[in-house]
Design a protein around this ligand. Structure first.
Ligand SMILES: [Mn+2]
Length: 273
């Protein structure tokens, strides 16, 4: 028996094939079709662990990709596309793309949910004031988000690459960081405002998700990350899954992990607070 989606919540995936703000390797722009392929693959089915059937009652629809048009401002196109989904009462799950896409997504989400809380999985804090001269680098999105007051609370997990500048930025913006060296499996996250989940695939250990541009050993297992999502208290109203780089993946393993995260995030959204 499937869970009854009594609140008629609906989720939508949307592909964001952009990686021009990546500082090291390109390739994340090629991720969305591969995540879709893994998601709808006959190797599995569309039931979530919390018993929602994502094929039922438009529980998960596919809103297609935001297209890359030469000369167009990518950030405004992404913000508009996400706003359109929110207006249709769809809970967006964006498939990146590099982490730079999180800024325009959160701009749109914060308009609808002004007390927004963000839970960010990543090896990196991505809070540089600027990186290689680019303030919109994938190393900077959370500095922009906090400067623009888009999030009342930012919690980061999986972090294991902090340097002096990033520690100053974290203090400056009041970010709650759980460094990987301090990880305990009984950690539990509670939010009293709508929650946006930003999931950089390199938050996982590269043993679980090798298809990332910046492999950083010592990260979360897939199961640990799923536990955090499934056990968190709060209403998840939007998400992104970013930084999967198919060019350095091994046998589509990371695509499968992206698809699993997508399903379980959708299940969490449908379940409500
Ligand atoms: Mn990262």
């Amino acid at each position: 028996m499937a869970q009854i989606n009594s609140n008629h919540r609906r989720t939508a995936i949307i592909g964001l094939p952009f990686d021009e703000n990546s500082s090291y390797l390109r390739g994340a722009a090629e991720a969305p079709p591969l995540i879709r392929e893994a998601l709808y693959s006959d190797a599995g089915h569309m039931w979530t662990e919390n018993e929602f059937d994502l094929r039922a009652e438009s529980a998960l629809t596919d809103a297609g990709d935001v297209e890359d048009r030469p000369g167009a401002d990518v950030n405004s196109r992404i913000e508009l596309a996400i706003s359109n989904l929110l207006e249709r009462n769809l809970l967006p799950i964006a498939l990146g793309g590099d982490q730079a896409v999180t800024v325009p997504i959160v701009r749109a989400v914060a308009k609808k949910y002004p007390r927004l809380n963000i839970l960010h999985f990543d090896a990196h804090s991505d809070i540089y004031d600027e990186f290689q001269g680019n303030r919109y680098s994938h190393a900077c999105p959370f500095a922009r988000i906090m400067e623009e007051n888009l999030a009342q609370r930012l919690v980061q997990v999986g972090i294991r690459t902090l340097n002096g500048h990033q520690r100053e930025q974290i203090k400056r913006f009041g970010v709650e960081v759980v460094e990987m060296k301090d990880w305990r499996d009984d950690l539990f996250f509670e939010f009293d405002a709508p929650v946006y989940i930003s999931f950089d695939m390199d938050g996982l250990d590269p043993a679980f998700a090798p298809g990332v541009s910046h492999r950083e050993p010592g990260g979360l297992s897939t199961r640990q990350a799923l536990d955090v999502i499934q056990k968190l208290k709060g209403q998840v109203i939007g998400a992104d899954i970013v930084e999967f780089n198919p060019r350095v993946d091994v046998l589509n393993m990371t695509a499968a992990v992206c698809a699993k995260l997508c399903k379980e995030i959708a299940g969490k959204m449908l379940a409500g607070a």
